[in-house]
Ligand binder design. Sequence first.
Ligand code: FPP
Length: 247
Amino acid sequence: MALFNIFKKEKTAGAAVPQHIAIIMDGNGRWAKKRGLPRSAGHAVGAETFRTIATYCKDIGVKYFTVYAFSTENWKRPQDEVNALMDLFRKYLVEAAETMAEKNIAVRVLGDLSVLPEDIQALIRDCDKIADQLEDPAVACLCINYGGRDEIKNAVRAIAQKVQEGALTPEDISEQTITQHLYTAGMPDPDLIIRPSGEIRISNFLLWQSAYAEYYFTDILWPDFKPEDLDRAIEEFHRRSRRFGGV
Ligand code: FPP
């Protein structure tokens, strides 16, 4: 693997890696079903894939890595599946707090966190405190209880509140104002958004931020996704010509 990575790094040398890669981690349930395992087993392997790909992103120089881990709609899933996902988040946040400084990766959680179990909110606060101390870290964001429309609604509410208080006028509101009130405030927009598992839709992920993102779809199920698959997505990204509305 190490040799492969070095080869890949040399191969892509000169072509800048995307600054921000985001992934919809889809296909865990189907991966488990194919093996006669419970869905939670697919999520557990998916969480390992997340660790591998987050580390790989850091190694190849991707500054921001964002994953869709739990949507505002995922509460509708069977309670045992929701519990299993919450346990994976707990386990990872404990581990992140212990290793973030050594790896210089700031782990951030994005979403409406107010309804998460109190112990998970406390773990997120612990991670935030450590992340705030890091110098120029790579950033790994987990979107939990995240919905793109919910995020925009919350931003609109916060801006309306400021207008009501007289801190802003309606004319002051620019695209930048909205950007600054999203969970991703201060982060660059994603350059590349990857969705594995053969589904070809956005599913309420980073709606505002994805205005100029390149999308990459693959049939591979998330638990099977490997660093080589990320390389393929980045190679495809480099073949595309991004004009941001220009010519
Ligand atoms: C969608 O696939 C996936 C999710 C709703 C959960 C994703 C969460 C993880 C991979 C765990 C993340 C944990 C950490 C610590 C980052 P699906 O289960 O709906 O797949 P299906 O469409 O095949 O049923």
